[in-house]
Write a protein that binds this ligand. Structure first.
Ligand code: GLN
Length: 485
């Protein structure tokens, strides 16, 4: 009997339509694997066993009635615990929301369910998506399936680890400054952030609204293209979702990429781990073999990106997280000495150290007297970073960089040094600030034991997701970089 947990969406669906397996059997296989493996990986915060089996049986009934499978019919999916699913706990990996049940579903979740997806559960992450290792979870850290002593990346570490360890076929994460791309790189899977506005944020708990995205993880580019196609598109409930037609992403896959110009920014190759640098160079040769032209480019404002990102995201976070006051949502501290004390005790008890650090930083950069020096300045720098990309894309069709300057690190290694943790986001925050789409795909491994995944990031123009996926799929096919933990 094949292992139902290792299939791609297409493989799974052809077995389902030919009735060689039922959606219920596929779902049970995943639930059993979660039961046996997730005690060491800890990718999930909630496993929605009964709900998933009900969804699976509904898919089986539709198949028995001769109805077609939807684009995600029978596909087991995991969802980061910052994306609401009606009736399920939504904790944001925070004590603040430990007992919060979502009263409605995110648009992305509704669209997946309409497409026939089976939702297995909610995945672990850094608290309110703030972090790069999933160690800031208020409950427990997630472990990297390739080496359990290392982090899976973050903040969507649970979703990336679940897909890598075959505890789900695909998953949803959120990306504000790299939280899909970096854990995808660390776990050896594909992860993508579309253009800002490509996917509705309705039902995504806000961290930094001008930077937040929902996006897909998968073990292949084609699976990621399928999932993105389902969740993308205008949503009247999110005014920042774009009224731009959604291309047929899968139709773009397999077309030749000869003649594409790929820009390589020198700023992204300074001070990175040499083994990662070697792997990316090999990846660039591979693009050369595919007939792409490799062009050196400059993105001169890159060095200001970390400072700029951490001012803007903390400013927005301090405002978005003001709603957790002990009155409206989640935790309420017992026996307060008055209203002020209720706010104080609730926020003191409910938030972890990284969230508090960001609220304090954000409040500071927005305060009168400092606003111009920090927040306004950061907005100006953001415009310069965006302009760097717009100018680069006059010359090239795509930009290739490492996803992360470092391989997955040991649990605890960077926990007491927030600046070191922030610097790990250096290659991902720029695209977030510019609002352009980015994907991370596997690009070899380090030479140690066990070998650790290396991720390559590809960036493209606003709303050029189809070309991004086309390039990524050509690379995946030519390179055969499938890494099994
Ligand atoms: N690591 C970055 C941060 O801590 C990105 C987080 C994210 O994309 N949600 O803010």
């Amino acid at each position: 009997m094949p292992d139902w947990t290792e299939l791609t969406i297409n493989e799974l669906q052809s077995l389902l339509t030919s009735r060689q397996v039922s959606a219920e059997e596929v779902t049970r296989a995943h639930l059993e694997r979660i039961a046996s493996k997730d005690s060491e990986i800890r990718a999930y915060l909630t496993v929605a066993e009964e709900r998933a089996l009900e969804q699976a049986r509904a898919v089986d009934r539709r198949l028995a009635a001769g109805e077609p499978l939807g684009p995600l019919g029978g596909v087991p999916v995991a969802v980061k615990d910052v994306i609401l699913i009606r009736g399920l706990a939504n904790t944001c990996a925070s004590k603040m929301l430990e007992n919060f049940i979502a009263p409605y579903s995110a648009t992305a979740v509704e669209r997946m369910e309409q497409a026939g997806a089976i939702i297995l559960g909610k995945t672990n992450c850094d608290e309110f998506a703030m972090g790069s290792s999933t160690e800031n979870s208020g409950f427990y850290p997630t472990h990297n399936p390739h080496d359990l002593s290392r982090v899976p990346g973050g903040s969507s570490g649970g979703s990336a680890a679940a897909v890598a360890a075959r505890l789900a076929t695909v998953a949803l994460g959120s990306d504000t400054g790299g939280s899909i791309r970096q854990p995808a790189a660390f776990c050896g899977v594909v992860g993508m952030m579309g253009t800002y506005g490509r996917v509705s944020r309705y039902g995504l708990v806000a961290f930094a609204s001008s930077l937040d995205h929902i996006g897909p993880f998968g073990r292949s580019v084609r699976d990621v293209a399928r999932l993105l196609g389902v969740i993308a598109g205008r949503d009247p409930r999110d005014s920042t979702s774009a009224d731009v037609p959604v291309e047929n992403y899968e139709a773009a896959l397999g077309r030749p990429v000869t003649g594409f110009k790929i820009g390589v920014p020198e700023e992204y190759f300074k001070g990175l781990n040499p083994e990662i640098g070697d792997n990316i160079q090999k990846g660039l040769h591979l693009f050369g073999r595919l007939g792409c032209e490799i062009v050196p480019i400059r993105l001169p404002h890159t060095e200001y990106a970390i400072a700029c990102y951490y001012i803007i995201c903390t400013a927005e976070a301090s405002s978005n997280l003001a709603r957790y006051d002990g009155v409206r949502y989640g935790l309420r501290a017992p026996n307060p000495a008055g209203l002020r004390d209720l706010y104080k005790q609730t926020r003191h008890q409910g938030f972890g150290p990284e969230v508090k650090r960001r609220i304090m930083l954000g409040t500071y950069v927005l305060s009168s007297g400092y606003y111009d020096a920090y927040y306004l300045k950061a907005q100006q720098v953001r415009a310069l970073i965006t302009r760097d990309f717009v100018e680069a894309f006059d010359e090239v069709d795509a930009i290739v960089t490492p996803t992360s300057p470092i391989p997955p690190f040991k649990l605890g290694e960077r926990l007491n040094d927030p600046l070191q943790m922030y610097l790990a986001d250096i290659y991902t925050v720029t695209a977030s600030l510019a609002g352009i789409p980015g994907i991370s795909i596997p690009c070899g491994t380090t030479r140690g034991h066990p070998p650790l995944p290396v991720g390559m990031q590809i960036l493209a123009r606003h709303f050029d997701e189809a070309r991004l996926l086309q390039l990524a799929e050509a690379f995946e096919r030519e390179g055969g970089f499938h890494i099994h933990p």
